[in-house]
Structures are given as C-alpha cells and as structure tokens.
Ligand binder design. Structure first.
Ligand code: FES
Length: 75
C-alpha cells in the first residue's frame, strides 16, 4: 500500500480539517468507520457534542482561535 500524505488544515476559529487516508482510533484502538469519507473535521474547541468530530458548536459559541506556523515559540 502506497503511503500518501495526510493533509491537516487548521481552520481559523474552527476545526482541524483532515484529508487523505485517515485511520481514526480511540485510546483502546477501536476505529471509527470513515468508509467513503475523504476528509473529516476534528473538533479543536472542545465544545462539540460529537467529539472527536466538529459539529459546528465552535461557530455557535463564537469560539475564537487564530493560529499559524508563525505563532510557534521561537519562530
Ligand atoms: S471545532 Fe467545531 S465544534 Fe469544536
């Protein structure tokens, strides 16, 4: 199986958009069935009732978090 890069985009004031061949497991190793899903949005705000997936609560709660690689300490 060829390994292709998984792309993760940090959405402004929103989730992590993950695109590519995704295997998502809980701490016990159980996998979510992502059959047919080329991408998922993972909650970054902690407000979703469908964690680890984003359910739009970040927007309803006006959660704010802008970030970019330039925000890393020392860069
Ligand atoms: S990032 Fe969307 S609900 Fe948390």
């Amino acid at each position: 199986m060829a390994e292709e890069a998984v792309h993760i985009t940090v959405r402004p004031n929103g989730p992590l958009r993950v695109e590519g061949h995704i295997i998502l497991k809980d701490a016990d190793g159980q996998e979510w069935d992502l059959t047919g899903k080329p991408a998922v949005s993972l909650c970054r705000c902690g407000l979703s009732e469908k964690r680890p997936f984003c359910d739009g609560a970040h927007s309803r709660q006006n959660w704010q978090c802008m970030t970019s690689p330039g925000n890393l300490t020392g860069k």
